[in-house]
Structure formats: structure tokens, C-alpha cells
Design a protein around this ligand. Structure first.
Ligand SMILES: [Zn+2]
Ligand SMILES: [Zn+2]
Ligand SMILES: [Zn+2]
Length: 277
């Protein structure tokens, strides 16, 4: 071994792609992702990249920074795949594992930002985060600052709030009969995943949309997600200029489903970017 110190590459500036003014789909798959491990169906075996769906997440590229919606288990891969080097804040739709279990990956951004990462969520999501990520809230001596995410928890409900200098409108959604989640509207774009019922109170918040993103799991009904037919019916009632469906299972092949869907509606896919209006 040489007497000189070990080689070390100098630290460089943060590298990130600018997505201000756009909504970026990091993932459009259902909770198992597509391909499903071990599944021999034609969608899971497809070579079309639009049939490869990581777990559901989007980034609103706001003028004030990147607002990540949910932290799926695929988060690190998704950020790398899309050249996104920094997240400035996170908002949660709900606390299911496919939307939450990548939260530890925001640990990096507390250093890039120089402060704890703002986390906007409802009280039940806050409680789940404190339980699952108990080490993030612990002062035990064996943890050090870099080993746990620094989370700046900010409670939200259905009242509009400001994040990164933009107005965010939360939209109440039913995810099965007993579970309430949030969708989010920014300007004329609304993101509504993990739902199979839009309660009366929320229809008004969905008026005048340029783009609606809506849950559409599979062809047949499901207890907690819209089927594609139910999603089309809801989307027609909402009447956005363009609708994209997300949280898609391997029962829906990208091209065949798009061919079947009415005009102005299509399946989203990982990496899709649309303008925020
Ligand atoms: Zn989900
Ligand atoms: Zn499959
Ligand atoms: Zn869910």
C-alpha cells in the first residue's frame, strides 16, 4: 500500500434536470409493479418500455422546486431513471406501503437543502410515518444525523395550502368504503390515484381541469380501485380536456388499452411529462 492518502474524488455540485412547469410521472404501476415478479402474462413479458411500471408517484415541477407526491419503494431508481437530483418537499396521498416505503431515500435531500425535508400529510399518515420510521424521530445516541431522514412534518387536510410558493388543493377521495385519501390539484392539473369513489364534496374541486390523472387498475372491478370502465365513466363526468390513467396492473396492455379508450383518455407511463397549466 502506498504512503499517500487513499484516492478520493472531489465533491461536485448537485446535478438535476429542470422540470419546472411540468408534471413528471415517476411510476404508474399498481402496488406489485409491472412486470410482476414471476408473472408470465404478455404484459409482464412485453419488451415495450410503456408496459414497465414502477410504483405510483409523480413530481409537480413547481417554480419553487420539486414537489414529490408519495415515496414509493422504487424511489431511488425512479429519481435516477429521470435525472432528478433533488426533491424540495413531499406530499402524501395516503400511507399504503407502495406509496410510503421509499421515504428513507429523502435522507439525502436534507443535506442538499440544508434543512429538514418538508413533509405534507394528514394526521393518520403522520402517525404511520412516526411508527414505521421511528428511528427518524429518535434521539438515540447510536443514530447520527446522516443515518436518519430529517423530516419537517406539516399537517394538511382538505383546505388548500402553500408548498414551495404554489397553491396546492387537496382533494378528498375514497379508497374503498372505509379509507379516505387525498388527491392534489395544482393549477388546472389534478392527480388522483388510489380511489374508487369521488365523494360529493370533491367534484367542485375537479371542475375546469386541463389534465386529470385518475386511478384505473384493471378491467374488472376491485374493492379499492377504479376499474378502467369505472375510471372512464368518472373521467367523462369530470370532463377534463385530457385524462391519463395510473396505478395500472399487468391486466392492461399499453397500446391495446389506449386503442380501446375514448378520445382524450390514455394510460400514463413511467417517464411521461405533461405541462402544468
Ligand atoms: Zn397504491
Ligand atoms: Zn403479468
Ligand atoms: Zn393505496
Amino acid at each position: 500500500m502506498s504512503q499517500s492518502p487513499p484516492p478520493s474524488s472531489p465533491k461536485k455540485d448537485i446535478v438535476t434536470r429542470d422540470i419546472a412547469g411540468r408534471l413528471l410521472f415517476l411510476g404508474t404501476g399498481t402496488s406489485m409493479g409491472v412486470p410482476v415478479v414471476g408473472c408470465g402474462c404478455d404484459v409482464c413479458q412485453s419488451t415495450n418500455p410503456k408496459n414497465k411500471r414502477l410504483r405510483c408517484s409523480v413530481i409537480f415541477g413547481l417554480p419553487g422546486g420539486n414537489l414529490l407526491i408519495d415515496t414509493p419503494p422504487d424511489l431511488r431508481t425512479q429519481l435516477l431513471n429521470n435525472g432528478i437530483g433533488i426533491i424540495h418537499a413531499v406530499a402524501f396521498t395516503h400511507s399504503h406501503a407502495d406509496h410510503l416505503f421509499g421515504l428513507d431515500d429523502v435522507r439525502l435531500f436534507q443535506f442538499y437543502l440544508g434543512h429538514a425535508v418538508p413533509i405534507y400529510c394528514e394526521p393518520n399518515v403522520d402517525a404511520k410515518i412516526r411508527k414505521v420510521y421511528d428511528y427518524a424521530f429518535s434521539n438515540e445516541v447510536q443514530t447520527h444525523i446522516g443515518s436518519r431522514p430529517a423530516l419537517d412534518m406539516r399537517e394538511i387536510g382538505t383546505t388548500p395550502f402553500e408548498a414551495l410558493g404554489s397553491e396546492i388543493i387537496p382533494i378528498r377521495l375514497q379508497h374503498g368504503p372505509k379509507f379516505e385519501v387525498l388527491g392534489f390539484r395544482v393549477g388546472n392539473v389534478a392527480y388522483c390515484t388510489d380511489t374508487n369513489k369521488i365523494p360529493d364534496e370533491s367534484w367542485e374541486k375537479l371542475q375546469g381541469l386541463d389534465v386529470l390523472v385518475l386511478d384505473a387498475l384493471r378491467p374488472d372491478p376491485h374493492p379499492t380501485h377504479f376499474s378502467v370502465e369505472e375510471a372512464v365513466e368518472a373521467a367523462q363526468k369530470i370532463g377534463a380536456k385530457q385524462t391519463y390513467f395510473t396505478h395500472i396492473s399487468c391486466r392492461l396492455e399499453h397500446e391495446r388499452t389506449n386503442h380501446w379508450l375514448p378520445e382524450g383518455m390514455e394510460l400514463a407511463y413511467d417517464g411521461l411529462e405533461i405541462p402544468l397549466t
